[in-house]
Write a protein that binds this ligand. Structure first.
Ligand SMILES: Cc1cc2nc3c(=O)[nH]c(=O)nc-3n(C[C@H](O)[C@H](O)[C@H](O)COP(=O)(O)O)c2cc1C
Length: 405
């Protein structure tokens, strides 16, 4: 199903009944899914079951499929924004700027378009495979200039393969897609804002991208109007070329690079989860950012990677990964907003860390299939308080180099 290794840990258990309901008719699936129960079940040792149908690759938006017109001067270029973030580059829909567990791509985007965009104001559903939009209605009266991309999921897609383990992955995928939109907007010179802390109704996540400010006279040190990218903004090619590197991802990243990537993740994670990295090399162990964030400190000594490989449903290659960045937290008994936030933020942060890692020349691959991964208990703490939520495997050597050495 995907270019992932045999170990890409996908459960084969029948989906949670709620996740099999009519996915496309509801704007927000987790209003009907008990996330607390879904997470308990996802973390359980419940055995795998057979795959079920994934359904169509694109949500069945109403009305005609409309092309995205070119942007006039002073307009936010929605064609470029979506090409750099969510659009599929192949007819099968697999190759996209945003990664997805099992390449199943369950995230749906609806655009609430205000003034000064390359589409007339209104609401539009996005078809990422054909790169077309479907007008779904009027925009709310108070819609500001620019676009708000609202993200929901078609759970059936991910549940078709991961069954009862789908919901953590659906939230992680949504976080990755929000980060992809954020980076695309920055590449276009905009100053986007991601909302990953939404309430119980509405989309799982949203990214607001303001329209170009035609009246702005920016100070030289803060030139951020479209066409003037911030210093750390990605270039379009970085986003279009992002891929999950195939294993093995060996070679321990230099400590300073690891510190910077941990810093990127921790900043983007905004306290919703904690971060550390398992490293191999001569002094294997778990490292984390020191309180001053300028150095790494050892959290625990000893080889952790084989345990991580077992916890990631036996993805054996993880035992040899140069480093495995880990988002952890989300204790048992967490309420729905806490579960949602931890997973959305972890996906969002791992995506930014992934792009940052590739900028440092590292190979990187997200790892989201964690089962019974009680990091806190393994480190001698009480059980159920500190679970691995997401991961990013890192290596200095790419697979093609590995095969020639
Ligand atoms: C939330 C999430 C979890 C993932 N988990 C794994 C995993 O456990 N093992 C793995 O090999 N790849 C994993 N991946 C990587 C996907 O397999 C990959 O994104 C997908 O095949 C598409 O390929 P691409 O990222 O190169 O576009 C994960 C990706 C995401 C976004």
């Amino acid at each position: 199903m995907e270019a992932a290794p045999r170990g890409d840990a996908r459960a084969r258990t029948p989906a949670h009944p709620a996740a099999h309901a009519d996915d496309t008719a509801c704007p927000r699936e987790d209003t009907r899914v008990d996330l607390v129960a879904a997470l308990v079940r996802a973390r359980s040792p419940e055995p795998p079951g057979p795959d079920t149908p994934a359904g169509t690759a694109v949500r069945d938006w109403p009305g005609a499929a409309l092309p995205l017109p070119p942007a006039a001067p002073g307009e936010l270029d929605l064609h470029a924004l979506l090409r750099l973030s969510l659009a599929a580059a192949d007819a099968s829909g697999r190759l996209r700027p945003a990664p997805s567990a099992g390449a199943l791509h369950p995230v749906d985007a609806e655009l609430v378009v205000g003034a000064r965009c390359s589409l007339p104001p209104g609401r539009y559903g996005y078809d990422p495979v054909r790169h077309r939009v479907h007008r779904t209605g009027r925009e709310p009266a108070d819609t500001p200039p620019g676009v708000r991309a609202q993200l929901t999921v078609t759970a059936q897609r991910t549940a078709s393969h991961y069954g009862h383990r789908a919901w953590p992955l659906l939230l992680l995928d949504t976080g990755h897609s929000a980060a992809a939109l954020l980076l695309a907007a920055r590449a276009l010179g905009a100053e986007p804002e991601a909302d990953l802390d939404g309430g119980d109704h509405g989309p799982l996540a949203a990214v607001h991208i303001p329209a170009p400010d035609r009246s702005a006279h920016p100070a030289p040190e803060r030139v951020r109007t479209p066409g003037h990218r911030r210093a750390d903004a990605p270039v379009p090619a970085e986003l279009l070329e992002r891929r999950s590197d195939p294993p093995p991802l060996t070679g321990t990243p230099p400590p300073d690079v690891l510190r910077q990537i941990l810093g990127t993740a921790a900043e983007a994670g905004r306290g919703a989860v904690h971060w550390c990295a398992a490293v191999g090399g001569p002094r294997p162990g778990l490292v984390e950012l020191a309180a001053d964030t300028t150095t790494l400190r050892t959290r625990a000594s000893g080889e952790a990677r084989p345990t991580l490989a077992a916890w990631a449903a036996g993805q054996a290659w993880l035992a040899r990964a140069g480093a495995v960045l880990l988002a952890h937290g989300c204790p048992d008994g967490s309420d729905t907003p806490t579960i949602r936030r931890a997973h959305l933020r972890a996906g969002f942060a791992v995506h930014l860390a992934h792009v940052a890692a590739r900028r440092h020349g590292l190979a990187a691959r997200p790892v989201g299939s964690w089962q019974r991964a009680d990091l806190g208990a393994a480190l001698g703490g009480p059980p159920g308080r500190d679970w691995i939520v997401h991961g990013l495997a890192l290596g200095t050597r790419h697979a093609h180099e590995e095969s020639t050495t």
